[in-house]
Design a protein around this ligand. Structure first.
Ligand code: FE2
Length: 201
């Protein structure tokens, strides 16, 4: 079984002006593709550990992967899963506000949607080095904001990620240079709550 990147659900320039065409093109066709290729290469010969399993299942049970390739799977497999989530929750025509059960849980955990955004912005801006800011749910449906380093995924800690902001410099540097906070603030214009609701369910 080969793992792959998602089909990009919009064109490279569709997220402008918030994320520029060149950034999306390089991020998707070069960075994400490199994670895909290195993951599949690392898994060659280890099919009995991956057969029939989704990448999310593998990362959720990472201790089942042999030690000799485990860190590579965390890095490269996380790179594939995290980017696939990131690209899938962005949209040029986003649903601007969450509704229903998700909104109820957001209000319960954070008070308001604006508080939630502020909390994700803070963990994203303050993440030292490369990583991600996340909104995740636990197995009872409770929401939590957290950040991770490098390509580590909340899947490996028992959480289901439903929203993520890639805060590696490659995600924003061409347009925003050192201004990570500007990128993080602007990305809310293209986060599609319809997709986040779907993932929450
Ligand atoms: Fe990235």
């Amino acid at each position: 079984m080969k793992y792959d990147k998602i089909e990009l659900p919009y064109s490279y320039n569709a997220l402008e002006p918030y994320i520029d065409e060149e950034t999306i093109r390089i991020h998707y066709t070069k960075h994400l593709q490199a994670y895909v290729d290195k993951l599949n290469k690392a898994l060659e010969g280890y099919e009995k550990f991956t057969n029939g399993k989704t990448l999310e299942e593998i990362l959720s049970n990472i201790s089942k992967i042999p030690k000799s390739i485990r860190q590579t799977v965390i890095n490269q497999g996380g790179g594939v899963a995290n980017h696939n989530l990131y690209f899938s929750i962005l949209s040029p025509y986003p649903k601007k506000y969450p509704e229903g059960k998700l909104l109820k849980e957001i209000n319960k955990a954070f008070g308001t949607l604006d508080n939630l955004k502020e909390e994700i912005n803070n963990v994203s801006i303050n993440q030292f080095g490369s990583g991600y800011g996340w909104l995740v749910r636990d197995k009872h449906g409770k929401l939590k904001v957290l950040n991770t380093l490098n390509q580590n995924t909340p899947l490996s800690c028992g959480f289901t990620p439903i929203l993520t902001i890639d805060i590696w410099e490659h995600a924003y540097y061409l347009k925003y240079k050192n201004l990570r906070a500007e990128y993080v603030k602007n990305i809310w214009n293209i986060i599609n709550w319809e997709k986040v609701e779907e993932l929450y369910k």
